[in-house]
Design a binder for this molecule. Structure first.
Ligand code: NAD
Length: 242
């Protein structure tokens, strides 16, 4: 498979790239910045991994940077880039912060998907996997802007799946709960209130790893998941059943 992943330099995107590369697939990874881990991946998989420096909020440059690498073949798109909003309430959220969080988490997925759709539809079978969040399904997983953006992404996923079901495109979302990644590194360290809270409140009493989310992504990209369409699959240790 030829796979494009946004937010590839860290956390969940990085592990998604690793799982596809380790299974012999070709990965095009896009991010704002090139991390140490990405440099290692480029060395290890020099033939099958391409890094693209880009911003999902910049529609024009996305077109220029993405199309040359995906135009020959694209089977899977993972929209993973995202940013938290510091759990800010409406009173604490400025217009600039609202615009930014919506741009990264929601409009960014629209931008990248718009660029990639034509190439995905050239295949008989193609996949899009959007990383939403439990904040896309309930309150309390972020602040007002993040929760709104992730709810929007859930709607985007369902409508896209509805519109392209007969064209071989499978579109699904993953809704992670508490995943230990650099995004929330401070939060899951020992004595932090959120670390304690997760330990106490999540039914399975632990954070998950980014690799666990990557493995679910890999399954959704496989033919075994062909009858899963427009689903939002939580990976949250039971957070949503409470
Ligand atoms: N970690 C969690 O607990 C958790 C829970 C639910 C959902 N998520 C979602 O998972 C996704 C990945 O998060 P993570 O935890 O791996 O975070 P992370 O901060 O480790 O990685 C996010 C990556 O996205 C990149 N990025 C941010 N803005 C970008 C932009 N405008 N253009 C291109 N790249 C950009 C960052 O540079 C970073 O490399 C996000 O969409 C996040 O909302 C994470």
């Amino acid at each position: 498979m030829h796979v494009a992943i946004t937010g590839v330099s860290s956390g969940i995107g990085l592990e998604q790239a690793r799982v596809f590369l380790e299974n012999g697939h070709v990965v095009f990874g896009l991010d704002l910045r090139e991390s140490m881990e990405i440099k290692e991946l480029m060395n290890e998989f020099s033939k099958s991994f391409t890094f693209i420096c880009g911003d999902v909020t910049k529609r024009k440059t996305l077109h220029e940077h993405l199309v040359p690498v995906i135009e020959k073949r694209l089977d899977v798109l993972c929209n993973t880039a995202g940013q938290l909003d510091g759990y800010q309430s409406l009173e604490e959220t400025t217009g600039e912060s609202w615009d930014h969080i919506l741009a990264v988490n929601l409009t960014g997925t629209f931008n990248v998907t718009s660029v990639c759709l034509k190439y995905l539809l050239q295949n008989k079978a193609s996949r899009i996997i959007n990383i939403t969040s439990i904040a896309g399904l309930t309150s309390g997983g972020g602040g007002i802007a993040y929760t709104s953006a992730k709810h929007g992404l859930v709607g985007f996923t369902k409508q896209l799946a509805h519109d392209y079901s007969t064209k071989g495109l499978r579109v699904n979302g993953i809704a992670p709960g508490a995943i230990a990644t650099p995004m929330n590194q401070k939060d899951f360290q020992e004595e932090r209130p959120l670390a304690k809270w997760v330990q106490e409140q999540v039914p399975t009493k632990r954070w998950a790893t980014a690799k666990e989310v990557a493995q679910l992504t890999y399954y959704l990209a496989s033919n075994s998941a062909d009858y899963i369409q427009g689903a939002i699959i939580p990976i949250d240790g039971g957070w949503l059943i409470k």
